[in-house]
Design a protein around this ligand. Structure first.
Ligand SMILES: [Zn+2]
Length: 158
């Protein structure tokens, strides 16, 4: 989730169809569906599928880029709705720009991929004592052989 949404538009006591929620937040229905796949709960699973405003708000609050409740070595799992220490004590650094990237790991509880935004400056604080594959400091030394990895990951399109 690369941008901040206007959470205040979401009424806690209302429920929204996927298309309504998309319009409200100015995102595509595909984004909403992706959030549902990523753990946004549905009140009604049959069509029209309904999302409770309260859940939508909580989901967005938990995933706004600036909100980072995780401690060093933890990544927030969307499925579990809690910070998790990645399986095998291992993450992969996926560069997005020269100075920013994502730490990608595996949730040990639900086995989803989990991601944490980081910058090269905060990488050490974010990763703590985890092993970091593709660490930017290492890449500068030995030229990564596979630079094309997951470039499109988590791009939000509306
Ligand atoms: Zn999980």
């Amino acid at each position: 989730m690369a941008r901040r949404y206007n959470i205040r538009r979401v009424k806690i006591h209302r429920s929204y169809e996927v298309s309504e929620a998309a319009k409200l937040l100015d995102v595509s229905k595909r984004s909403i569906n992706r959030w549902i796949d990523a753990g946004l709960p549905l009140v009604v699973r049959k069509r029209p599928r309904l999302i409770l405003g309260k859940h939508l708000r909580e989901f967005l609050q938990a995933h706004q880029p600036k909100k980072q409740p995780c401690r060093a070595g933890e990544i927030f799992c969307v499925g579990c709705q809690t910070p998790q220490r990645p399986a095998f004590d291992e993450v992969e650094y996926i560069p997005k720009t020269a100075t920013t990237g994502l730490l990608a790991g595996l949730c040990p509880v639900c086995a989803s991929m989990i991601y944490r935004f980081t910058t090269t400056a905060t990488l050490a604080a974010a990763s703590g004592d985890l092993k970091v594959a593709g660490h930017p400091a290492q890449q500068r030394l030995c030229d990564s052989p596979d630079p094309s990895l997951n470039v499109h990951l988590k791009e939000e399109k509306s």
